[in-house]
Design a protein around this ligand. Structure first.
Ligand code: UD1
Length: 352
């Protein structure tokens, strides 16, 4: 079986790692196409190096642009790449513009399309990620859902027959790297230091692009008595600079985005995470750290239900109080760390 994976943005490289390993372990052919949506070394190459993924077979070097221009450029180049490789499956991941472009390119030339992380919904029609995941789910032939909640969403949209629950592949990587990091701590940035701290990341356009909203979030981060280590995504830096907003405060220090093992290590030793990232909310949960999510909703509802994730778009909850509550581990809604093998089984079983 020949599977062609399309990736382009940081969280997709993390999901690609266990899938690549599971495909190779069963002697399947795996072609990796990188759209080039993320291109900075610390947003892209370090993930391939640290997670043992071979360099992509193709890099389309699309780069940053408006949604339409970026997605359109990918669409054109992906169609040609798919024709060159003619895979048995095109496999797309998550909810980025790279995901949507690949989905459209594949169905237009009648290549079987599988969507990994299918069925997640925020029900927020303003999020570009929501447009991308809904459209991709409806285009795909095989929907690989991470949870029963995701399957429920797909069933209510009439897509139940194409759906298989495989678990969450990000859990596969996160638990594996946690064990490696426990065995040997990765080298942290020179200025990292010890002590108690909160990890924060902010990158969604609804939080970065409006200066009033960005100021509100930064003011909120400065209300905690703890040191906040803000891992600044390039979008955050670019928008803050554009609006003349300083990211640092008395208790807020900025760092470059961390490679994956360093991120896992940083979260494990933190007292809490404040983020708008989908992946990081779940990683905090898996690593047993409380999280505050600065959005109006989450796709990973299990983290909220089990008490580990607090949704606070208004920035109105006390950070110190939220991180001081005692929490108890219960349930593992994201699978047992073997989702990638189930993905490969599902692709083989449904091969036409
Ligand atoms: C994208 C995804 C989002 C995902 C996130 C992970 C979409 C619509 N959004 O958001 O779902 O959670 O990736 O990070 O696909 N930039 C750089 N260097 C890079 C990459 C980006 O400087 O390597 C800057 C550019 O200024 C660019 C901005 O970041 O304009 C936004 O990048 P883009 O890829 O469009 O979206 P993200 O915000 O990263």
């Amino acid at each position: 079986m020949k599977v062609l994976s399309v990736v382009g943005a940081r969280p997709q490289f993390v999901k690609l790692a266990p899938v690549h390993q599971a495909l190779v372990a069963r002697n399947h052919e795996h072609v990796i196409v990188h759209t080039g949506q993320h291109y900075d070394r610390d947003m892209s190459d370090v993930f391939f190096e640290d997670l043992g993924i071979p360099m992509p077979d193709e890099n389309l070097a699309v780069g940053s642009a408006s949604h339409g221009r970026q997605t359109g450029a990918m669409l054109e180049l992906l169609e040609a790449a798919f024709q060159r490789h003619n895979p048995d499956w095109v496999l797309v991941y998550g909810d980025t513009n790279s995901t949507l472009a690949a989905a459209i390119a594949a169905v237009k030339i009648h290549l079987p399309l599988a969507h990994l992380e299918a069925g997640l919904r925020s029900f927020n029609r303003h999020m570009p990620e929501e447009h991308n995941r809904v459209l991709t789910d409806h285009a795909a032939d095989l929907l690989l859902a991470p949870t029963e909640v995701a399957r429920g969403h797909l069933m209510s949209e009439g897509l139940g027959e194409r759906t298989i629950v495989v678990g969450d592949v990000m859990t596969d990587v996160c638990l594996k790297i946690r064990d490696e990091v426990n065995h040997q701590a990765p080298p942290m940035p020179a200025q990292w230091g010890d002590g108690k701290y909160v990890v924060s990341t902010i990158h969604r356009q609804e939080n970065t692009d409006d200066p009033a909203r960005l100021r509100q979030i930064l003011a909120h981060l400065s209300t905690t008595t703890h040191e906040v280590r803000l891992l600044a995504h390039p979008r955050l830096r670019a928008k803050a600079a554009q609006h003349g907003i300083g990211l640092e405060a008395a208790n807020v220090k900025t760092f470059e985005p961390l490679p994956y093992p360093q991120l896992v290590h940083a979260v494990m030793r933190s007292i809490g995470v404040i983020t708008d990232s989908g992946g990081l909310q779940k990683e905090a949960f898996l690593l047993g750290v409380p999280c505050i999510t600065l959005r109006t909703e989450t796709e990973w509802v299990e983290t909220v239900k089990l008490g580990w994730n607090t949704i606070d778009a208004e920035c109105s909850r006390s950070i110190d109080d939220t991180f001081n509550r005692p929490l108890v581990r219960s349930g593992s809604p994201y699978g047992d760390g073997h989702a990638a093998e189930k993905v490969v089984d599902a692709l083989s079983a449904r091969l036409k």
